[in-house]
Design a protein around this ligand. Structure first.
Ligand SMILES: Nc1ncnc2c1ncn2[C@@H]1O[C@H](COP(=O)(O)OP(=O)(O)OP(=O)(O)O)[C@@H](O)[C@H]1O
Length: 315
């Protein structure tokens, strides 16, 4: 991908207000063909509103959206031909079978039968759904519905795929299969914009935009974002992580704490705090099963960055 290649999605100075509320504020970013770009942020950060404007189903108040060289505001119908949008609740026909749903979307886009059938066969196999092709969509599990929504969204070979929290409530196995399909679309050169509340999912994206209150806080690769985290991250495992968390929170140099599975992630201002915290735990007689410096996860980073932002805002 050349540095000067035109982006598949170009968003500039996008704005959307609902009354006095700024849902999206001065948002700019670009997504290349074959790139998976993640929108991450807490509820209400403006992810859904952004995706709706890109899909052409909501009008921006200001700014521009260009998809594959086509201005979405000026030529919405032309742009929509290249775009597939999977909203949080995808419109499956519950009284139609898996195959009939796919056929419905293929017909809508006037796809030649041999093209969409071959494509559907491959995607259904990747989704582990081949045995369920004759099942009514209304009788599928939540994860299978989402995978079918994805297959329907992709059956007409869009150049741009917009996904709004597509794997919410989906089990980890189905989530992995869902992502396998996204990776194969990336190899085909599809540009993807995905909003997610799962931070492990965010780490699978090529680049991420961290949104907060409608504005972009940071935009970088997952590795680049992690490198921005000041200080260091300690992981302490313990039999009673909650008690540990309450104690550690009070120690000098501790900037944030996060429960993770069997232990706690502690954001400290420098690596040197490790020895001090170890000594403080021993002095307090707190049983820990392990303490080590670790790479921050995207979740750690997000919590740390939001804490910083929060502290800058007036109460
Ligand atoms: N149609 C609407 N009318 C009024 N306010 C709206 C409307 N749509 C969204 N909002 C508000 O705009 C802000 C951004 O909402 P948006 O749904 O884009 O956030 P989000 O990041 O997608 O969060 P979520 O994951 O909860 O959907 C929120 O404060 C929301 O309440």
């Amino acid at each position: 991908m050349g540095a000067h290649a035109a982006a598949m999605i170009e968003v500039s100075a996008l704005e959307k207000h609902f009354g006095a509320l700024k849902a999206v504020a001065d948002l700019s970013f670009a997504v290349q063909a074959g790139e998976i770009f993640g929108l991450v942020g807490p509820d209400g950060a403006g992810k859904t509103t952004t995706l709706r404007m890109l899909a052409g189903v909501m009008q921006p108040d200001a700014g521009s959206i260009v998809i594959d060289g086509i201005d979405v505001r000026a030529l919405p119908e032309q742009a929509k031909r290249h775009v597939s949008y999977m909203p949080q609740r995808f419109g499956l026909y519950e009284d139609l079978t898996v195959d009939e749903n796919i056929r419905f979307y293929a017909d809508l886009f006037e796809m030649p039968s041999q093209v969409w059938r071959a494509r559907a066969d491959t995607m259904l196999a990747a989704a582990d759904m081949t045995p369920f092709r004759q099942r009514l969509a209304g009788q599928l599990s939540g994860g299978m519905k989402q995978k079918l929504g994805l297959v329907c969204s992709l059956v007409h070979t869009p150049r741009v795929l917009l996904l709004d929290e597509p794997t919410t409530g989906v089990d980890p196995v189905s989530r992995r299969e869902f992502w396998q399909i996204l990776y194969s679309m990336r190899a085909e050169g599809v540009a993807m914009l995905i909003s997610t509340a799962y931070l492990d999912e965010a780490e699978r994206c090529d680049r991420l935009a961290l949104l907060h209150a409608g504005a972009m806080m940071y935009c970088d690769t997952p590795a680049g974002l992690k490198a921005r985290m000041p200080g260091a991250m300690l992981e302490i495992s313990a039999t009673d992580p909650r008690q540990l968390l309450d104690f550690v929170r009070t120690l000098p140099g501790v900037q944030g704490v996060l429960l993770v599975g069997i232990g706690v992630h502690i954001h400290v201002d420098s690596r040197e705090r490790l020895a001090q915290i170890e000594a403080a735990l021993a002095a307090k007689g707190m049983a820990v099963t392990g303490i080590a410096l670790v790479e921050p996860t995207i979740e750690d980073l997000f919590v740390a960055l939001l804490e910083q932002t929060g502290s800058r805002e007036p109460a």
